[in-house]
Design a binder for this molecule. Structure first.
Ligand code: COA
Length: 156
């Protein structure tokens, strides 16, 4: 069975309840737990767009603006913001929701760059991203700016 033609392949939402194994002894969820979930969500969005497997090439710095606790529902929203020849940028936001009250806080936003791999394991081409709305075009332009900065850093 093929994929439905109208599925929004560039965006996914992943949600997971935080358990004691995700946290320290005080019940605060580890930053590394959130980073891993963000990378997972970002990679899924990238793979769905690319139609290929991907590897994480880099991630921008991630700050944690709100503490996440055991029992919270972590909601990760990952969307492809930019696509090059073989690489893709994905923006991932992380919210923490108190399940009973429904109160939500944004804890982080981060950008990941993935590289699609062909069957030989080398970077392979991905379909272009066509930003449709004003918001998508603005995100694409901002991503191009970040890419210029990353490539300059990589050269250094
Ligand atoms: C990521 C990796 C495939 C890049 O290989 P490479 O030979 O350097 O590839 P290239 O120089 O041809 O670059 C491929 C693309 O990635 C981009 N890229 C590579 N490193 C980058 C970085 N640090 N920042 C931004 N973009 C980067 C390039 O600009 C290029 O994009 P484009 O094709 O859209 O123009 C390789 O470094 C690798 O395998 N790294 C290990 C990945 C890994 O194990 N991740 C963790 C587990 S998933």
């Amino acid at each position: 069975m093929g994929a439905p033609p109208d599925r929004d392949v560039e965006r996914i939402v992943l949600a997971q309840v935080m358990l004691p194994t995700d946290a320290n002894g005080q019940g605060n969820v580890h930053g590394g737990t959130l980073m891993k979930l963000a990378d997972t969500a970002g990679a899924i969005a990238a793979m769905r767009h690319a139609g290929r497997r991907v590897v994480t090439a880099m991630m921008d710095s991630m700050t944690f603006q709100y503490p996440v606790s055991v029992g919270d529902l972590v909601v990760l929203d990952a969307r492809v913001s930019w696509v090059g020849r073989t690489s893709l940028e994905v923006e991932v936001s992380i919210d923490a929701e108190e399940i009973v009250s429904g109160v939500r806080h944004r804890t982080s936003t981060a950008f990941f760059v993935y590289v699609a791999l062909d069957d030989a394991g080398t970077p392979g081409p991905v379909p272009p991203l066509e930003p449709r709305t004003t918001d998508e075009r603005a995100r694409f332009a901002a991503a191009e700016e970040r890419r210029r900065f990353r490539l300059a850093q990589r050269q250094r």
